[in-house]
Write a protein that binds this ligand. Structure first.
Ligand code: PMP
Length: 442
């Protein structure tokens, strides 16, 4: 058997890596060979503290035996089964278990394989629901600047990250964007929810007035925007959005692909902010990132509106070959068991004050212009180098990896979102690593 851990540089060219500067990476690759709990190990045997839960997904930590065993067992029992006009018990069991942890009223769940697919599914449910209940003129969708909703066409259309949109043509028509809520001048170095900016929700009223409510199907936002640099909603902002949507019969979708499953110290962000949307998209933490899976939660009245048609009809013309894949379901059930046994869906609340103090101790490190945090997620924003955006944070990422810590960067922002099993000593280690690195970067 070939040595799969050590890939010669010439062998790196076939894989066109996603969201990666491929040519640069392949000159000095960073290679992970194994993982356990809070750590990765590189192919050259170095331990790396995972400060990002992989890509915000490995909430229970790596290679947890219960999850590994569940997958192995399921793979030998029922490897694949369609969910079209067919079922298998664990997909129903998982759906029931998920609605038990989901916010009040989220009674039904549609399975996908990723966050991007969850977003497409949610947007399609919203549009179809408006039609099913006789409001087919509601076709417009509203997203937000700096929003990230995955990479498929619906998601990049409602999303607001320019680099992810600009190469791909006209995208979906009939989409508007509210302003983002990041007000560095007013809210810099806030712990938790910022004081200023709730009034930005009034922009939704302006868009509604412009187009008329009867044309608008849904609003989609990340309760805490993750990928664009951990933007925490100002106090009262989400409640205002909820009220405006309710007033005008517009569905509110929370994209909880990052915030779902304990990231904020509550099972979902909807619980944290006490604002219940109509649809919630999830992925990542649902299966601890181990097997691809996504889940879209909907309120009873949305589901029931689809079920009101003739009985022999398919109610919703949508689904994926791997919706409810048995091995993904087994991974998700074992993940939910692990969350429950170890109290992980609320552990972030216990650690949040310590996390906040640790992150904010970086305030005086060189080039730091903002620090923000909520639950077990946070960001350190750096002053960009003139004419070389992203360079400073990226060089911090490279140096941190060399020193044994995995951090994530987006633009000139360092984002941290460790597995929810992190111990206080490891928080200190992560923050010390960032401090050392910030003292070294240009
Ligand atoms: N929505 C949000 C809020 C996300 O953070 C992400 C991924 N970071 C996605 C959607 C897309 O998920 P995926 O990469 O699994 O398609």
């Amino acid at each position: 058997m070939s040595n799969r851990l050590n890939v010669a540089p010439n062998d790196l060219s076939a894989f066109w890596m996603p969201f990666t500067a491929n040519r640069q990476f392949k000159q000095s690759p960073r290679m992970l060979a194994s993982a356990k709990d809070m750590h990765y190990t590189t192919t050259d045997g170095r331990k790396i503290l995972d400060g990002t839960a992989g890509l915000w997904c490995v909430n229970a930590g790596h290679c947890r035996p219960k999850i590994t065993e569940a997958i192995t067992h399921q793979a030998g029992e029922l490897d694949y089964a369609p969910a079209f006009q067919m079922g298998h018990p664990i997909v129903f069991e998982l759906a029931n278990r998920l609605v038990d942890v989901a916010p009040e009223g989220m009674d039904h769940v549609f399975f996908t394989n990723s966050g991007s697919e969850s977003v497409e599914t949610a947007l399609k449910i919203a549009l179809a629901y408006q039609r099913v209940k006789g409001e087919g003129s509601r076709t417009r969708l509203i997203g937000r600047e700096r929003g990230y909703h995955g990479v498929n066409f619906g998601g990049i259309s409602v999303g607001g990250i320019v680099t992810n949109r600009k190469m791909f043509g006209t995208l979906l028509t009939g989409v508007d964007h509210m302003p983002h809520t990041h007000l560095p001048g007013k809210n810099a170095f806030t712990k938790g929810e910022p004081e200023h900016g709730a009034e930005l929700a009034d922009e939704l009223e302006r868009i509604v007035t412009l187009h008329d409510a009867s044309t608008i199907a849904a609003v989609i936002v990340e309760p805490v925007a993750g990928s664009t640099g951990v933007l925490i909603p100002p106090k009262g902002y989400l409640k205002k959005l909820r009220d405006i949507c309710t007033k005008h019969g517009i569905l509110l979708i929370f994209d909880e692909v990052i915030t779902g499953f304990g990231r904020l110290g509550t099972p979902f962000a909807a619980d944290y902010f006490d604002v219940i949307p109509d649809i919630i998209t999830t992925a990542k933490g649902v299966s601890n990132g181990v097997i691809p899976m996504g889940a879209v939660f909907v309120k009873k009245e949305i589901h029931d509106a689809f079920m009101a048609g003739p009985e022999h009809m398919i109610e919703f013309f949508h689904g994926y070959t791997y919706s409810g894949n048995p091995i993904a379901c087994a991974a998700a059930l074992a993940t939910l068991d692990t969350y429950k046994e170890e109290g992980l869906l609320t552990r972030g609340a216990e650690l949040a004050p310590y996390w906040a103090d640790a992150l904010h101790s970086l305030k005086d490190a060189p080039n730091v212009i903002d620090i923000r945090n909520i639950g077990l997620v946070g960001a350190i924003e750096l002053q960009p180098i003139a004419g070389q955006p992203t360079k400073r944070a990226f060089s911090a990422f490279v140096k941190a990896f060399e020193k044994g810590c995995l951090i994530r960067t987006t633009g000139d922002i360092i984002a941290l979102s460790p597995p929810l099993i992190i111990e206080k000593g490891q928080i200190d280690e992560l923050v010390d690593c960032v401090r050392t690195v910030l003292n070294e970067v240009e």
